[in-house]
Write a protein that binds this ligand. Structure first.
Ligand SMILES: Nc1ncnc2c1ncn2[C@@H]1O[C@H](COP(=O)(O)OP(=O)(O)OP(=O)(O)O)[C@@H](O)[C@H]1O
Ligand SMILES: [Mg+2]
Length: 249
């Protein structure tokens, strides 16, 4: 279980302070698919990086199974929006293998994991390609395979499909859900897209522009979810109006 208790983050920028995260309190259960939406600049990436242990918080605490996080760990892995997250000088296989290598996984196990996740992400035949030889979707599949191969307890995803065309995005959403149902990691997924949050999440946290939690919405829609299904558009309307109204400081 992941717990955030009174989390605050203040950045110092050229002598002035910017208070980004304000009194963030929430809990994510193990195996839950948890989405975060909010306007640009409200602190979503900062929040994700703080959970990842890459950002030192200014107040409060973040706990995993009751243990306070102070630094990155192999129980948490991040996947980003940018296609540049892969090592450009390494092949698909080498990209997936690299974190396993530095965490001391044996050559035999590495090969086994690479095979498994290459297959799972539909990258067979592309193992020896370099990132510049791949499409955007394939790059994101490689980044996802690399993250999954580490078998993290918590997968932190920062708008991972934002740069993809609508069709590729839909395919990857489906595949991510399939993998999640099979492996059941906890997923914390940041997105700008309301539909994406509704298609994926068990719960959706809405942040205000000012870096506070506005609300957390629970979704009981049956999976697989489609925009045409009952309840989808009602939830869309609620999220849309929550994201549009930002009067509370
Ligand atoms: N390293 C940093 N130093 C100083 N300020 C920062 C730093 N990182 C982020 N910020 C500031 O914190 C605020 C929140 O940034 P963050 O990237 O978390 O927002 P976001 O919600 O992810 O936005 P977007 O939706 O555009 O990705 C912004 O005002 C940003 O300028
Ligand atoms: Mg961001």
């Amino acid at each position: 279980m992941l717990q955030l208790e009174g989390v605050n983050k203040v950045f110092k920028n050229n002598g002035s302070f910017i208070h980004v995260l304000k009194d963030i309190d929430f809990t994510v259960n193990s195996g839950e698919f948890f989405c975060i939406v909010g306007p640009s600049g409200c602190g979503k990436t900062t929040l994700l990086r703080s959970i990842g242990g890459y950002e030192k918080i200014s107040g409060g605490q973040i706990l995993i199974d009751g243990k306070k996080i102070t630094e990155p760990g192999i129980d948490r892995v991040m996947v980003f929006q940018s296609f540049e997250q892969l090592f450009s000088w390494k092949t698909v296989k080498e990209n997936i293998e690299y974190p396993l290598k530095i965490t001391g996984v044996s050559k035999q196990k590495r090969n086994e994991y690479v095979r498994k996740y290459v297959k799972m992400m539909g990258l067979e035949g592309f193992e020896n390609y370099y990132p510049h030889q791949l499409s955007g979707g394939m790059k994101q599949r490689t980044a996802l395979a690399r993250a999954l191969a580490l078998n993290p307890e918590i997968l932190l995803m920062d708008e991972p499909f934002a740069n993809l065309d609508a069709q590729t995005r839909e395919v990857l959403q489906k595949e991510l859900l399939k993998i999640w149902q099979e492996l059941k990691p906890t997923i914390i997924f940041v997105t700008h897209a309301i539909d994406e949050a509704i298609i994926l999440a068990d719960r959706i946290l809405v942040m205000s522009k000012q870096g506070r939690i506005k609300t957390i919405i629970e979704s009981h829609l049956e999976r697989p979810r489609r925009p045409s299904m009952k309840g989808f558009s009602a939830m869309w309307d609620i999220l849309y109006s929550l994201l549009g109204s930002d009067d509370n400081p």
